[in-house]
Design a protein around this ligand. Structure first.
Ligand SMILES: Nc1ncnc2c1ncn2[C@@H]1O[C@H](COP(=O)(O)OP(=O)(O)O)[C@@H](O)[C@H]1O
Ligand SMILES: N[C@@H](CCC(=O)OP(=O)(O)O)C(=O)O
Length: 373
């Protein structure tokens, strides 16, 4: 993907870092926030889905609680984040309202994204919000996160969200022009890297830590995030949030900041990731019609084409799809647990409500979550 392809992006994740949002620790930078929201609203006008990952809860909490330094203990950090998150979402809600857009607060923990079932739930919620034209505003769920499950930083969260919603583009807004060949806060002669492959080893040498005391990860976590985002094929741009109209201009392909080029196209990347990652938890046997449709047309698997269900699996687990001779045709993440899948096997989705007492997705396995063997 070259920069001019960004214009074709259907879905963009914008991540705004603490150091930028809070204007060097002096509370939320309202004017800047209004500017970014206006640009995101302009993308929505073009029909682009926008997801915002915003840091700043701790920094805003510090300002509201009049704390001079970032708290050291986990419970103080969590308390500061809880106070600050209020200010953060209020600000975003007001700003999006100015553009007649609804925002939704989504707080996630690492657990939500590593547990398959919760991963699918988070994914469905976000996709539904996007379907309603709402802009999800995401942060880490700091109040319940503990040391082990905390995201070290929101760059990682941004990348995981980009994976989750299969974004084409992840824009990491920060306080530097982009990624430099050395930390520019320490080396004034450092040069901006305009574009580089995510796999380039050079990145491991240049990306240093944050020294601002507000943001945490520095460029190290941004590079790691770009690599993570590339696993689902997303392109990442690390760029200064202070440049005028930066989101719009990056989207239009202007050469701003640092473009970390993904090595695979989104669908290929996602399917490779799916194929490599998970343990098989069960099997569904398909009728001939379903086998044909999966193989020829790359469609989703519907319950109506399933003859039998084996194994103990939960919603979100990986199952094998076989033909009636036991030959594996595909693998995918199933939307219903084993018991419910057995109940709806062979039945059209219109009957799910009556059979199960609820109806989630129409598809048993969505085509995006399916890899042909
Ligand atoms: N090679 C580099 N190029 C640019 N900035 C770097 C580099 N290495 C380290 N940094 C540091 O990373 C900081 C940005 O990261 P961070 O403070 O975590 O911001 P954010 O809150 O936006 O996530 C910069 O201010 C800079 O001090
Ligand atoms: N979730 C917390 C911490 C996240 C954080 O500081 O991230 P970042 O600014 O991207 O390094 C917050 O909103 O303050």
């Amino acid at each position: 993907m070259i920069r001019s392809d960004f214009r074709q992006a259907q879905r963009v994740v914008v991540k705004i870092g603490s150091s930028l949002l809070t204007d060097g620790g002096r509370g939320l930078n309202k004017q800047a926030i209004a500017g970014w929201v206006a640009q995101m609203a302009a993308l929505r006008q073009l029909g682009v889905d926008v997801v915002l990952v915003s840091s700043g809860s701790v920094a805003e909490g510090m300002s509201r609680l009049k704390l001079k330094n970032r708290p050291k203990t986990l419970h103080e950090l969590q308390a500061a984040a809880s106070v600050g998150q209020m200010g953060l979402v209020r600000r975003f809600e007001n700003e999006f309202q100015q553009h007649e857009l609804l925002a939704a607060q989504v707080l996630l923990t690492h657990d939500d994204l590593s547990d398959r079932q919760r991963y699918l739930n988070a994914r469905s919620t976000l996709l539904t919000l996007l379907g309603f034209g709402v802009v999800p505003v995401i942060n880490e769920n700091d109040a319940v996160a503990t040391e082990e499950i905390r995201f070290g930083d929101n760059d990682t969260l941004g990348a995981l969200v980009a994976n989750l919603v299969e974004a084409d583009l992840l824009i990491l807004l920060t306080d530097q022009t982009g990624l430099f060949d050395a930390n520019p806060s320490l080396y004034p002669d450092a040069k901006l890297i305009s574009s580089v492959s995510v796999n380039d080893k050079l990145l491991d040498e240049v990306a240093g830590e944050s020294i601002s005391g507000l943001g945490r990860g520095g460029m190290f976590t941004k590079v790691r995030a770009a690599r993570l985002a590339a696993r689902s094929g997303a392109a990442t741009v690390i760029v200064s949030g202070s440049i005028e109209d930066v989101i719009k201009r990056v989207f239009q392909g202007e050469e701003l900041g640092s473009y970390l080029i993904p090595n695979l196209a989104p669908l290929v990347a996602r399917k490779q990731w799916l194929a490599g990652q998970l343990q098989l938890k069960g099997t569904v046997t398909l009728d001939d019609g379903a086998v044909r449709i999966l193989q020829a047309a790359g469609k989703s698997l519907l319950a109506v084409g399933v003859k039998a269900v084996q194994g103990k699996f939960k919603r979100g687990d990986l199952v094998s799809c076989r033909d009636q001779n036991g030959v594996e045709i595909a693998r995918g993440l199933i939307n219903y647990g084993a018991e419910d899948a057995a109940k709806i096997a062979g039945r059209p989705s219109g009957e799910f409500q009556a059979l199960l007492g609820y109806a989630d997705e129409d598809e048993l396995i969505h085509r995006d979550n399916l890899v042909l063997i």
